[in-house]
Design a protein around this ligand. Structure first.
Ligand code: G3P
Length: 224
């Protein structure tokens, strides 16, 4: 089963999409939290009430050294929510991931721009890998292929990390990644909204309504 996340801390947007989609939880990063300036404590409390007890939150450390990342990750993991700690898949980050996996803290390796970076994070035991599809494509490379190649290596070496691709600008990128069979994905709000859009849908629904009312007036289906 696909784990579907929203890449936002916007409470109203999470409420909107939780009504109509099976949202597993929310992913944030320091930029998202800085933009809203709501703070993690407020955000997690609100979102947990909204999504429910099963909600999972992927929250990124802001520390810069291994020891500080490990300490921050421990504090995040101790919060009374289902937390996965996001750590950038840098040399420093991988050192922190190795230590934290020895403590069985759940980790998402983030800021993945290359296949090798994703593979190394998986070798270090990261539970989730977040390749940045659109950011890779904005740099002239094939973001979907990076995801596919990491997935191939995970299979080849029987590594248990789950791909959770992030950074999408359009629905085509999302569909191409979903066709690979990834285990999880996080979508920005604007792209999530685009998934519902097709110019033919509303005219079709309007035509059904018009045809019905022309014969049965205000009656409902079971009253006709
Ligand atoms: O957390 C990483 C992800 O949010 C990046 O997305 O849209 O900033 O490229 P974006």
């Amino acid at each position: 089963m696909l784990e579907l996340y929203l890449d936002t801390d916007d409470i109203e947007q999470v409420k909107r999409f939780t009504r109509c989609l099976p949202i597993k939880g929310v992913t944030t990063n320091p930029s998202i939290l800085a933009k809203s300036a709501q703070g993690l404590t407020h955000t997690l409390s609100q979102l947990n009430t909204l999504i429910g007890a099963e909600a999972r939150f992927h929250v990124q450390v802001v520390s810069q050294t291994v020891d500080e990342m490990v300490n921050e990750a421990r504090q995040l993991a101790a919060l009374p929510y289902d937390i996965v700690v996001k750590i950038p898949a840098t040399e420093i980050g991988l050192a922190a991931i190795k230590q934290l996996k020895a403590e069985k803290i759940r980790i998402l390796a983030t800021a993945i721009y290359s296949v090798q970076q994703g593979f190394l994070a998986a070798l270090c035991g990261a539970d989730y890998l977040a390749p940045y599809v659109n950011r890779i494509e904005a740099m002239g490379s094939d973001g979907v292929k990076v995801v596919a190649d990491i997935q191939h290596l995970l299979t080849q070496y029987q590594l248990s990390s789950k791909l959770l691709p992030a950074s999408f600008k359009n629905t085509q990128q999302v569909l191409e990644v979903l066709k690979l069979g990834v285990g999880a994905i996080t979508l920005p709000v604007d792209v999530t909204a685009q998934l519902f859009l097709h110019p033919a849908v509303q005219p079709a629904v309007n035509q059904f309504s018009q045809d019905w009312h022309s014969v049965f007036g205000d009656k409902l289906s079971f009253e006709s």
